[in-house]
Design a binder for this molecule. Structure first.
Ligand code: ATP
Ligand code: MG
Ligand code: MG
Ligand code: MG
Length: 439
């Protein structure tokens, strides 16, 4: 991508409305644009990051055996009346009436709709287990939308729904998602800690929130320090291996970890002082097992091996991609801007041409651009006629992991400078060496 042809509306000033660093940098880097309370556009740079986050989420959902579909944002109130949640959900639900005076709503979550899809075609235990997911916009009329896309009203969610004949089966499905989430957050460069959680309006009896520790987090959390030392499940994990998944789950739930709603002060205080961590956290994912809470009222039955009809056991599993993007920034930035983990960086490398009027700088930059792009890297080429200082500031602000500085003096000596955004390390090398290093 040539910056001269891109759309990157950088803000020079600090936006006054931004209270936390991620919101400030997302606005300054031209990633998002606000339209109303809790409603945002994702501008090209932001969209790139969001797509990369979603790709990782998808890969890990697919790896665990979940199957993707896509449900609409608009739902009929009838389904929610059937499940008994229409009144109970309260003011967070955006209720809409269509021209035929039918009660509709913008989905805040999809348990009812997926149960409707399930019951319309799955009749036998032989079709189980099944886990269906989608990545779709949700709307919740939050009482206090704030911190940019961290808590917005319209936001994206990956929501998966599992179906099993028995409680034991459903618990295995739950542990599959548990392991998939550990892998997902790790690949996003985050250490997320699963904490016992309240089930809230989704209902049910087994639930974990995945929390990232951050000073700006809205939840108060309490946990053991040793979570940072636990291993992440390997890429070749066999998700059908019941014992293996049980082992992962047991390890990751062996130490104290709870949000304030579930906090047991006595149990926590019993830990040696040096092992206690009380901090603030951001909820980036939440998984629930809720049994037959929806299948019973909505009559989602499957025939078991005994020939009898059984209400299906369900779980639901959410991740917030549009919250994860600011959460990653909260966890990884410095005073100059964002420091993206490689896995979600909007571009892998930026070529900074310090003097576009110089023919030699132009041809070296073009050669780098072509070679790196051909090697499959996402490359941004700053070919604008901004002054060098502004170009460096932009590259740091938008957080591209590798910066290649092409200046007249270096080029005359046959060299460019390769800078690592995270370490700040700068090394002069030949153009070929720069290409070799990044590919
Ligand atoms: P919170 O406690 O922050 O209000 P929640 O518990 O209501 O979140 P869930 O119903 O568990 O949210 O939804 C699953 C995931 O969706 C959350 O873990 C979070 O990542 C994301 N999410 C929920 N509400 C929002 C929001 N208003 N803006 C952005 N992401 C959200
Ligand atoms: Mg909420
Ligand atoms: Mg919550
Ligand atoms: Mg939650």
């Amino acid at each position: 991508m040539r910056l001269s042809r891109y759309f990157l509306p950088i803000l020079k000033e600090n936006p006054k409305e931004a209270e936390i660093v991620s919101h400030r940098f997302m606005l300054r880097a031209g990633m998002i644009r606000q339209h109303g309370q809790g409603i945002y556009s994702w501008l090209p740079l932001g969209k790139r990051v969001l797509d990369k986050v979603n790709r990782i989420i998808r890969e890990e959902q697919d790896r665990s055996g979940a199957v993707e579909l896509l449900m609409p944002t608009m739902q009929s109130a009838d389904l929610w009346i059937e499940s008994g949640r229409y009144e109970a959900y309260g003011k967070e639900m955006l209720r809409i009436t269509d021209r035929q005076d039918r009660a509709m709503l913008f989905g805040p979550t999809n348990e009812e709709m997926i149960t409707e899809i399930f019951r319309s075609s799955v009749k036998s235990y032989k079709q189980l287990p099944l886990n269906l997911y989608h990545i779709q916009w949700k709307f919740r009329d939050e009482i206090r939308p704030r911190f940019g896309t961290m808590r917005s009203r319209e936001f994206m969610m990956k929501d998966a729904y599992s179906f099993d004949l028995t409680r034991e089966g459903a618990e295995h499905s739950y542990r599959k998602m548990f392991a998939a989430y550990l892998r997902t957050f790790d690949r996003l460069g985050l250490r997320a800690i699963p904490m016992r959680a309240d089930t809230g309006p989704i209902g049910g009896n087994l639930s974990h929130e995945f929390i990232i520790l951050a000073e700006t987090g809205e939840s108060e959390v309490f946990c053991h320090r040793d979570f940072v030392k636990f291993d992440i499940p390997a890429e070749d994990l066999d998700f059908d291996n019941v014992e293996k998944l049980q082992g992962i789950f047991d390890q990751w739930t062996s130490l104290y970890a709870a949000t304030d709603e579930m906090h047991d002060a006595d149990a926590f205080d019993a830990l040696p002082e040096g092992e206690r961590l009380s901090a603030r956290g951001i909820e980036v994912g939440h998984i629930f097992y809720f049994g037959t809470k929806y299948s019973e009222p909505m009559n989602a039955m499957v025939q078991g091996p005994d020939g009898k009809e059984h209400p299906v056991h369900m779980g639901s599993y959410g991740i917030g991609p549009t919250r994860l993007v600011p959460a990653i920034i909260e966890a990884s930035h410095d005073e100059n801007g964002i420091i993206w983990p490689d896995s979600v960086a909007p571009f892998d490398a930026v070529i900074i041409n310090m003097k576009v009027s110089d023919e030699a700088c132009g041809s070296v930059s073009e050669r780098l651009y072509e070679a790196l792009s051909n090697a499959g890297l996402d490359v941004l080429y700053d070919d604008t006629d901004e002054r060098a200082g502004a170009k460096f500031a932009t590259a740091d602000l938008i957080g591209v992991p590798n910066q290649i500085v092409v200046g007249p003096r270096g080029v005359a000596a046959g060299e460019v400078e390769v800078k690592n955004r995270r370490s700040g390390e700068r090394v002069a090398m030949s153009v070929d060496a720069a290409i070799a290093r990044l590919t």
